[in-house]
Design a protein around this ligand. Sequence first.
Ligand SMILES: NC(=O)c1ccc[n+]([C@@H]2O[C@H](COP(=O)([O-])OP(=O)(O)OC[C@H]3O[C@@H](n4cnc5c(N)ncnc54)[C@H](OP(=O)(O)O)[C@@H]3O)[C@@H](O)[C@H]2O)c1
Length: 318
Amino acid sequence: MDFVRLGRTDQQVSVAGLGCGGHSRLGMASGASSEQASELIRRAIDLGINFLDTAMVYGTEEAVGLGIRGTDRSKLFLSTKSWVGKGGAETKPEKYTPAEFTANLDASLKRLGTDYVDLYHFHGVSHDQLGHVHEVLLPEVRRQQQAGKIRFVGMTEMFRFDTAHTMMQAALPQGEIDVVMIGFNLLNPSARKAVFPLTLQHDIGTLIMFAVRRGLNSVEHTIEAVAKMIDKGDLDPASINPADPLDFLRAAAGVKSQIEAAYRFCRYEPGAHVILTGTGSAAHLEENIESILAPPLPPELSAKLAAIFGDCSSASAD
Ligand SMILES: NC(=O)c1ccc[n+]([C@@H]2O[C@H](COP(=O)([O-])OP(=O)(O)OC[C@H]3O[C@@H](n4cnc5c(N)ncnc54)[C@H](OP(=O)(O)O)[C@@H]3O)[C@@H](O)[C@H]2O)c1
């Protein structure tokens, strides 16, 4: 495993992080038990991963707690989250009060079987929730930090809806957040212009989600994702083969698969620290770690991807 300094947290974390949410939720989305999911956590730790990302709403915190039981807690970097509003960002829901937000934290700590988290995120924040975050919830989070329950403060975006990072662009200059989680992938590299200059300027730790997601995990899904980009006028159809948009990538010398290329694409982006990989399969986990540790894509391939997708910002690849 390779380790990297996570921005101003000054902590060393594994460049590959295990995402315990996403469509797989450690396999629990397709019926795996907490015990089976916890085996994946132990396998990830054995493979050198020390960064584990979960959330109150994933339903995987118990499995993480089970998986880390008996390991040296101080060697792990645990990340979890709470929505800012009671139904997430999607329906402009009622917002959590400070007391409710802390009750969510306490419940997460209990499920994880630990008395502190390394990183506590405001989860899936929308632009119109930012005022509530800064004015109402952040002072409470600072109190919980003082109480030793939280080491660093994080924020994640709702990339499915905010594919051009409008919330992050407003939040980051305020300078309160230690670590962010952003969507970034080869179909939508818009964070390169919209987010990384800010994270680098403020020395903010940066976690990458959606490196593969659904839109890049099979050729069929990529065809669907690219068709939507063309429909939205985000991508020039003349620039690719719509019947197989990433054929050139898979055909390139030294590229094993489009999934492998997708993780390598993210790993070497300046400003990207941890590349999250979400899976329910130990074999996929091993493969993905190998991809994240593989060398950068050849420069001519990076240039071609930038020429085709460099100005795209509509796809989340969900
Ligand atoms: N707003 C937020 O805060 C937010 C939103 C989304 C995600 N996240 C975090 O980001 C993490 C990463 O996102 P993600 O889980 O979507 O991960 P991802 O790594 O981008 O995509 C994983 C998807 O690809 C499949 N896959 C992975 N490796 C594969 C392989 N080698 N071969 C074939 N299929 C493969 C997985 O299915 P299999 O199970 O079959 O491998 C899964 O469906 C999440 O787990 C979560 O922790 C946060």
